[in-house]
Design a binder for this molecule. Structure first.
Ligand code: ADP
Length: 602
């Protein structure tokens, strides 16, 4: 029930004026039927006198006024109904959006990315991501409340009318139904918790379904004949994830029988008393009409509808999602507020840096010492999994060392505000993102703080060798770089790499002084890769650059080369120094050169 109050609080804060308007309409739609019951009751009571007195008589005029009043109420009720629904839908969507925005802000809050590897966080993030399309979104709770509350108020109000009949009968109604609703809502919350607890499994089932339907795996599915296997797997996982919910929906016998029996008994007593009173003439026609209608309406309490389930599910889901805010809020001491970095950042030193990924049993780096000289290029080599990318991720501040420290111009990186450091570093990773945004945005996002300036865009695109390509696109800079959009077009792998390079150069325009190229060339041939790295080194001369590549023809162009092995730097020096040392580097270089000569010679 705490979840319910948090849900209500979030709802009312989402759009204050809309929430207030909705509350008012809900109040009116709740009270109108009660007023209609009283007025029509009175109308029925006036009919005999009006008929006897004729059309011009006072009772007839009163009856006509009551008739007009009852009709007006019915019309108003009909007219504001659709408004209420539209407003509730609108507010519900706003609530979903607010939750998504808060989740996005929470996920963006930490400066690193370690939290994105926490399965509980990724699970919640995934849920938030799907809120717009999910069948059980919290926003539905708004419409649910807008529909449930009037039924409850109407039933409560009608029960109150019965005070005039027998106060203790009214009291019975006021006690039994609310107790039943409380009991059922609690039951729904329990079910909601069980269903919600299955969301990770459900996500797995959805993944399998996506896999079977999306084009990405279509080739594999057919070549390996995996279609049937995947369908069975999907069915089994879906069944597993929905079974607990299905079982939980079977309420305990006490929850069903006790309230049902009590409600039945209260109905029997009330109708019995009313029948006896009417038969004995203890109450008049109007009273019989009003009490009968009141008794009917007093059963309008809704406790078992879909809306009750939606409300309870939201009461479980919203607190879980918003809990991300506390969980991911950077601790005050984590975010330094030191003075700005100087334009020239100075040498960067790794001092005894150790690092282990969350949940892993092995350190990737173990006391690594390395200095990146300011304004020089450094290539990092090592076998797959040696920790090259990890090293640059630490350099970018995406993770913090588990032990040791990284200093920049003598200052501990941990003491430099992450925003300030991000403006100084630009990196192109292997899996750099190909954004479905305009060509201009794809490059300008290298420095989001810099006002978008076409001259600057053209300058960096030209230097990256992609200006002609962009200007040749159907909508030039405005073309969305994906064919799936109305004004979209695709780029080749090599063109994308140049766009990414232009993005890095754009960051340099905004003050980046450290550039990283972590094999963004996987799908380029040797010549294209060599050309990209050459261009990169030429364009970034005077900046501190880090290159990662498997191709030694590229690596040898760097001022200095380090070999990573067993979590430490095993060799360091220029290409010539390392070759003459005859160690691991020389061995790897010769091996690759030999294979290359062999392939070329074939
Ligand atoms: P390299 O770039 O030299 O190929 P990486 O730095 O990518 O190596 O990876 C080093 C090791 O850390 C590998 O064993 C890899 O599997 C592991 N690793 C990389 N990223 C993660 C991660 N996010 N979580 C857990 N382990 C990781």
């Amino acid at each position: 029930m705490r979840g319910l109050s948090l849900l209500l609080g979030t709802m009312s804060r989402t759009g204050r004026s809309r929430a207030a308007a909705l509350a008012l309409i809900v109040l009116v739609t709740s009270l109108l039927p009660i007023a209609t019951t009283v007025v029509t009751g009175l109308l029925v009571g006036r009919v005999p006198a009006a008929v006897a007195g004729g059309l011009g008589s006072v009772p007839a005029r009163t009856a006509l006024t009551l008739l007009a009043g009852a009709s007006a109420m019915i019309v108003v009720g009909r007219v504001i109904g659709p408004f209420k629904e539209a407003l509730a839908e609108n507010l519900g969507r706003a609530l979903d959006l607010e939750i998504q925005e808060r989740v996005i802000a929470a996920v963006q809050a930490p400066s690193g990315i370690a939290h994105l590897e926490d399965p509980e966080v990724t699970d919640l993030v995934e849920q938030a991501r799907r809120l717009g399309s999910s069948g059980m979104r919290p926003g539905l709770a708004v419409a649910a409340l807008a529909s449930l509350v009037p039924s409850w108020v109407q039933a409560l109000g009608s029960a109150l009318i019965l005070v005039v009949f027998h106060w203790w009968v009214a009291l019975l109604w006021l006690a039994v139904w609310p107790a039943a609703i409380w009991l059922f809502q609690r039951e729904y919350i329990r079910i909601g918790q069980v269903v919600y607890g299955q969301s990770r499994r459900m996500r797995r089932a959805e993944y399998l379904c996506d896999l079977a339907l999306a084009p990405d795996a279509a080739k594999d599915l057919r070549v390996w004949g995996m279609g049937g296997w995947l369908a069975d797997r999907f069915e089994a996982t879906w069944d597993e994830s929905t079974r607990p919910g299905r079982l939980a929906r079977r309420p305990g016998r006490g929850v069903v029988w006790l309230p049902s029996a009590a409600i039945l008994a209260v109905n029997a007593v009330s109708y019995g008393l009313l029948a006896v009173a009417a038969a004995r003439g203890d109450i008049g026609l109007a009273a019989v009409a009003v009490f009968t209608q009141a008794l009917i309406a007093a059963n309008f309490f809704r406790a078992f509808d879909d809306q009750n389930a939606q409300l309870s599910f939201a009461a479980v889901q919203v607190p879980a999602l918003l809990q991300l805010e506390q969980r991911l809020r950077p601790a005050a001491e984590d975010e330094p507020t030191a003075e700005a970095l100087p334009d020239a950042v100075g040498a960067i030193s790794f001092k005894g840096v150790g690092f282990r990924y969350r949940g892993m049993e092995r350190d990737v780096l173990r006391g690594l010492d390395l200095t990146l000289e300011a304004g020089r290029s450094l290539a990092v080599v090592g076998v797959n999994g040696a920790g090259k990318t990890t090293l640059v991720k630490l350099l970018c501040g995406l993770y913090r060392p588990t032990s040791g420290r990284i200093t920049v111009g003598g200052r501990d990186l941990a003491g430099i505000p992450s925003d300030a450091w991000r403006k100084r570093v630009a990196a192109l990773f292997q899996d750099f993102a190909q954004y479905h945004l305009s060509a201009a945005d794809n490059i300008a996002m290298g420095a989001p703080d810099l006002p978008v300036d076409t001259d600057r865009l053209c300058r960096v695109a030209e230097r990256a060798g992609v200006l002609d390509v962009i200007e040749g696109l159907p909508w030039a800079w405005e073309t969305v770089l994906n064919r799936g959009y109305a004004r979209g077009a695709d780029l080749s792998g090599g063109q994308w790499q140049r766009v990414a390079l232009a993005r890095a150069l754009y960051a340099v325009e905004a003050g980046a002084r450290v550039l990283v190229l972590d094999e963004p060339t996987a799908n380029l041939d040797v010549r294209a890769e060599a050309e990209l790295y050459d261009r990169f080194l030429e364009l970034t001369a005077g900046l501190t650059t880090v290159l990662i590549s498997h191709r030694f023809s590229t690596v040898r162009r760097a001022d200095r080369i380090v070999v990573l092995a067993d979590g430490v730097v095993s060799e360091v020096g220029s290409h010539e120094e390392l070759m003459s040392r005859g160690g691991r580097y020389a061995e790897m270089f010769r091996l690759q050169a030999a294979r290359f000569t062999e392939e070329v010679g074939r």
